[in-house]
Design a protein around this ligand. Structure first.
Ligand code: PMP
Length: 392
């Protein structure tokens, strides 16, 4: 073997494990109905919670920004790449989140890399829910802090760790606000109380909670009325906001330290102005009306109820993320491909992303789906469910 020939063996290994899968290539833009291999299929796996990826106001804002400022920003933020529109977006995000300041990164993933690699130092401990997102795990790995993982949402386990962490310089607790594979909500009030009792810092990653939980989608801190008690609210601009990017919201000092030290922020070119403009427009739409958020919740509640009535296991879901638990990888992938034949796209998620016996399709119900779309999806799910013996 020479050069990169060994990669062929790695691919064979993935195939043997049933994990080889290249992404679907969509022939139309992000929407409720999308074209795949020349067919229109109903999208049930997109994070486009509010339909913003295709919202006319966001598209107009992006196009205007291209004509006004150009296609790219030309530089990293700290040299010549901070345009007025970037600054405006950060002010708007801070107001939306109820914090002093916010700092935008290129993605939610790089936000977590930047925040945790910067703030966690030798002598600190970070205490993390076992189901936290990969980007939190990787951000933590980039630091020299001690790591403790607690059982999913288990507040006794969290308290045990806190009780035994007095010797560390600082204690950070980090949790997803809404967990991406199960659609359940973190017990943030209990986490905040423990943090206050044990002098810890709380960071919540609201990637799936921003635009979803709280008044007008302000996130989990607002949902639980914990303003001023959560130190760092992380969010993404790529899911409900419909565009791309991430941010950390908190104090002005947090923002300024990240500006000076967060490597993904310092060493990577800032967003094109069109991205900042369409995100800004999304926040404005969200702040002006709660209609889309309410519609999404009403769709999600109705759909989950119908699935449970039909006999499906929707796990711990309590948000528009609704898993249908199927079991092993082969059964899960079969279910997903049969659904596609019926005109519904719902991605199968299998080990190692979830436990080996908890393979699932994960649905995301959005404000943009119509009742007809949801009825169509439900019929297809029931048909494939009965055919595969998942429901009777
Ligand atoms: N954090 C969480 C909890 C997520 O679910 C995701 C998205 N998969 C991210 C961060 C990364 O966000 P982005 O897609 O904007 O990089």
């Amino acid at each position: 073997m020479s050069g990169l020939d060994y990669l062929a063996e790695e691919l064979e290994q993935l195939k043997r494990e049933g994990r080889y899968r290249l992404p679907a290539v969509w022939e139309s833009g992000s929407d409720v109905w999308m074209e795949l291999n020349g067919r229109r299929v109903l999208q049930l796996s997109s994070n486009n919670y509010l339909g913003f990826a295709n919202h006319p106001d966001l598209k107009r804002a992006a196009a205007d920004a291209v004509y006004r400022y150009g296609a790219g920003s030309g530089s990293v933020r700290t040299i010549a790449g901070t345009l007025k529109i970037h600054d405006e977006l950060e002010r708007e995000l801070a107001a939306f989140k109820g914090t002093e300041a916010a700092l935008v990164f290129q993605s939610g993933f790089t936000t977590n890399l930047g925040v945790f690699s910067t703030l966690l130092q030798d002598g600190d401990v970070v205490i993390s829910d076992e189901l936290n997102h990969a980007s939190i795990i990787d951000g933590i790995r980039l630091s020299k802090a001690a790591r403790k993982i607690y059982r999913h949402k288990d507040m006794n386990a969290l308290e045990d760790v806190l009780r035994a962490s007095g010797q560390y310089r600082k204690r950070f607790i980090v949790t997803d606000g809404v967990f991406s594979m199960d659609g359940d909500i973190a017990p943030l009030p209990a986490i905040v109380e423990l943090a206050e009792r044990y002098d810890a810092i709380v960071c919540v990653d609201d990637a799936h909670a921003s635009g979803v939980l709280g008044r007008n989608g302000k996130g989990s801190t607002d949902h639980f009325n914990l303003h001023g008690r959560v130190h760092i609210q992380i969010g993404t601009l790529s899911k409900a906001i419909g565009v791309v990017g991430g941010y950390a919201a908190g104090s002005q000092a947090l923002k300024e330290v990240l500006i000076h030290k967060a490597r993904p922020f310092l060493f990577s070119t800032s967003h094109p102005p069109s991205v900042a403009a369409s995100c800004l427009e999304a926040i404005r739409v969200l702040r002006s009306s709660s209609e889309l958020v309410e519609r999404m919740w009403s769709h999600a509640h109705g759909f989950r109820k119908a699935l449970i009535q039909a006999g499906f296991d929707t796990g711990a879901s309590e948000t528009p993320i609704i898993p249908i638990i199927i079991g092993d990888a082969a059964a899960t992938m079969h279910f997903s491909s049969r659904l596609l034949e019926e005109g519904v796209f719902a991605q199968g998620i299998v080990f190692p992303t979830v436990a080996a016996d908890k393979g699932r399709i994960r649905l995301i119900i959005t404000a943009a789906h119509s009742q007809d779309d949801l009825d169509f999806a439900l019929e297809a799910l029931k048909k494939v469910g009965r055919e595969t013996g998942l429901i009777s």
